[in-house]
Design a protein around this ligand. Structure first.
Ligand code: SF4
Length: 713
């Protein structure tokens, strides 16, 4: 209810859905059940007042199916019982102490989320990696951006997307590969689309096996066969070299590995590449020519590149083309990964993957560990030198009985992990699973012993960083329901009860952020010019952001590498030299179709929010399997006929959507439906966990399937 003494005012905040990071303005509204309505924040530099259907309807979901109190059950076949926070926290502490004593700290695992605010991430790292001494913290960014992280680190010497959204309006040639930007990052696409529409010389190239709404407006759409991205990119490199459309001075002064790169791409002549990719030589040449003749080339990529057993090599092969043509560090140019989640970027900054430490540090680097130990005032050697378990290694750990305490927060792995039958069987084996979330029930809650209610967007204060390195403050403007608490407060309370009271005495989220910021000083993700107060006063700020010594103003940075000095030891960017390996699970006679997976415009992840929003469920009432008319005819399928889809791991059953948008031999299924939303419609029942050996990101984008029309069974 509105407070009559302090009536609510407009609040500037951030959309908590995707990594575009659009600014929202929450406006008091007495007619609304939540007391507010939202609109795009015109002052936010990233989105300039634009929002998509998800941001516009966010308030409709915030009070639906909320988890209000901690719940507990000893065994999964028992009903949950309400317990107090005190009892819940004691249960966690007792369990963690037992596991540390019997199995060691590595028996404890936490699986978090890009929905966390940076403050949540940071306190979790301090608890797990610092105080407990295990690096077993992973986040669902492992399924999303870890290949981009590995590519930036291996090519440039550090993580960090080099570009900014203003580059969308400054480029001559936008090269979009493995990203359906129009549906998955709509406001980024709006900005690019306007620029393309009103500047006829600007070229838009889209590489995607599907003719998505993004591809529909492209000057050139290459519908390559799934798994042939590296062939295409090396084939373009081959042509650019042949035509001498390269920047020899940049290559000479700023890169390493060029001589070997020439040898690699020699194996990718146009005829061979065109045949492998399923495109014409003319189109391949056109793509290379558009790139080679442009003054500024901006490439965008997302899950179609990252979610692959060669995800790092794919992203690096794309970066190779930028190095070959000197297309980086200048307005309108550079490789630009689009982040899936609202704060996957903040997670990377806070060290929120099992091989990372806060401030873009690495577990494997002894100096980085020492810096952290000194800062956190821990004994030397306290931080383990072993990278922790990635999420799939946590699943394998459960199978082997090596995980005694699994803590899952703000994510829904019982829908989103690959090979769901195996995932669920592993979760069933867990002897102690904590599930911390705003919503209940969810598919993962069904596998939990202890359930903790978390405060969410609008109910807690914290920061998030979007894809262009811009940090936005998300203030609390509504009370959380029941006894829900911010994630970082829960982690800090467990830390205090475990005996680390002096490490977790944060009075508020601003103090957490201020401590984290000290760890970014002098690092590429420097945020020393940013604080909650400054964000409140100045609005969102883009890192690296230091402080001007003379007038103490914040010094934002639009682009990285404008001096063409990279963060490798010799300051040269590295050409990647990997060859194409293709799909981890190629088609064969038994499983003759490639299943590719992805998002729909309106839904978000596993529908914990969007599944409750009428406008969105009306837009996407059910999942469908997209299939080309030629394949449908061969199988005798008519529109809406049910088809059973089977892979080596499991199956699903969906009505078909017959469309020329998909290439023959490939079918598409959306990722949003878990078992709470329908029977037999889970895409990850089919996918496999084969992952990129460097980033450990699973190949969620492709697996081999067979199709059996239900009416013919
Ligand atoms: Fe939110 Fe992403 Fe839509 Fe922007 S584009 S309103 S951040 S879901």
């Amino acid at each position: 209810k509105p407070d009559p003494i302090n009536p609510p005012t407009n609040v500037s905040t951030l959309c908590p859905y995707c990594g575009v990071g659009c600014g929202l303005e929450a406006v008091p509204n007495a007619q609304s059940a939540t007391g507010y309505k939202v609109r795009g924040d015109r002052e936010h530099p990233s989105s300039q007042g634009m929002i998509c259907v998800k941001g516009a309807t966010i308030l409709e979901s915030v009070d639906q199916q909320r988890l209000l109190y901690p719940l507990w059950r000893e065994r999964l076949d028992q009903p949950f019982q309400r317990i107090s926070w005190d009892t819940a926290l004691d249960l966690i502490v007792k369990r963690m102490q037992t596991v540390r004593f019997t199995q060691g700290a590595d028996g404890i695992c936490m699986y978090g989320s890009g929905q966390f605010q940076t403050e949540d991430y940071y306190v979790a790292q301090k608890l797990l990696k610092g105080c407990l001494g295990t690096n077993n913290f992973d986040a669902n960014s492992r399924l999303c951006m870890s290949s981009a992280v590995a590519a930036y680190i291996n090519s440039f010497g550090s993580d960090g997307p080099p570009c900014c959204y203003d580059d969308l309006e400054l480029t001559d040639c936008a090269f979009l590969i493995g990203t359906n930007t129009a549906e998955c990052h709509p406001i980024v696409f709006n900005r690019l689309r306007k620029h393309h529409k009103f500047n006829p010389k600007v070229k838009l190239i889209v590489i995607d096996p599907r003719c998505t709404p993004t591809a529909e407006v492209a000057d050139l759409h290459l519908a390559i066969n799934p798994g042939t991205d590296i062939d295409l990119l090396h084939g373009m490199g081959h042509l650019l070299l042949k035509w001498r459309l390269i920047d020899a001075e940049f290559i000479d002064e700023c890169t390493q590995g060029f001589a070997q790169y020439i040898q690699v791409v020699a194996d990718y002549p146009p005829e061979t590449v065109a045949a492998r990719c399923g495109i014409t030589v003319t189109d391949l040449e056109k793509a290379a020519r558009y790139w080679g003749h442009a003054k500024a080339v901006l490439s965008l990529w997302s899950m179609g590149i990252n979610q692959s057993s060669e995800g790092t090599a794919k992203a690096r092969s794309l970066i190779n083309l930028h190095l070959l043509t000197g297309q980086i560090g200048r307005p309108g140019s550079g490789p630009f990964s689009l982040t899936g989640q609202p704060n996957a970027m903040g997670g990377r900054e806070a060290g929120g993957l099992s091989h990372l430490l806060p401030g873009y540090r690495l577990v494997k680097n002894p100096q980085h560990r020492q810096e952290l130990e000194e800062f956190w005032q821990l004994p030397p050697g306290q931080i383990s030198s072993m990278p922790g378990r990635s999420v799939w290694e946590m699943i394998r750990g459960l199978e082997a009985g090596e995980v005694g305490c699994l803590w899952i927060a703000a994510t829904n792995p019982a829908v989103s992990l690959p090979d769901l039958e195996r995932t669920k069987a592993a979760l069933l084996r867990s002897s102690f699973t904590i599930y911390q979330d705003a919503y209940f029930p969810t598919e993962t809650a069904a596998y939990a012993h202890l359930v903790l209610p978390a405060a969410q967007w609008s109910e807690k204060t914290g920061t998030m960083t979007n894809s262009e390195r811009r940090v936005t403050l998300c203030p609390k403007f509504r009370e959380p329901p029941g006894s829900a608490r911010p994630d970082w407060e829960i982690f800090a309370e467990v830390g205090r009860r475990l005996g680390f009271a002096d490490k977790f005495n944060f009075p508020d989220a601003a103090a957490v952020y201020a401590e984290f910021v000290q760890l970014t000083q002098g690092r590429v993700c420097d945020q020393s010019g940013i604080s909650h107060q400054r964000l409140q006063e100045l609005g969102p700020l883009q890192w690296p952001c230091g402080v001007n010594a003379s007038d103490e103003t914040a010094q934002e940075t639009k682009r990285l590498y404008t001096d063409f000095r990279f963060l490798t030891p010799n300051h040269r960017a590295k050409f990647a030299l990997e060859h194409s390996r293709g799909l981890a699970e190629p088609v064969d006679l038994e499983y003759p179709f490639v299943l590719t997976t992805g998002r729909l415009y309106g839904h978000w992840h596993t529908q914990t929010r969007t599944g409750h929003i009428a406008k969105i469920t009306k837009m996407h009432p059910r999942p469908q399997l997209e299939i080309h008319p030629r394949d449908a005819k061969q199988l005798g399928l008519k529109p809406d006929d049910l088809v059973e889809i089977k892979s080596r791991r499991g199956g699903a059953c969906l009505p078909v959507l017959i469309t020329k948008a998909i290439t023959p031999g490939t079918v598409f299924m959306p990722m949003h439906w878990g078992f709470l939303w329908g029977d037999n419609t889970e895409v990850n029942a089919l996918t496999h966990p084969e992952a990129c050996p460097i980033s450990l990101e699973p190949e969620l984008k492709a697996c081999a399937v067979q199709l059996i029309p239900v009416n013919q069974q």
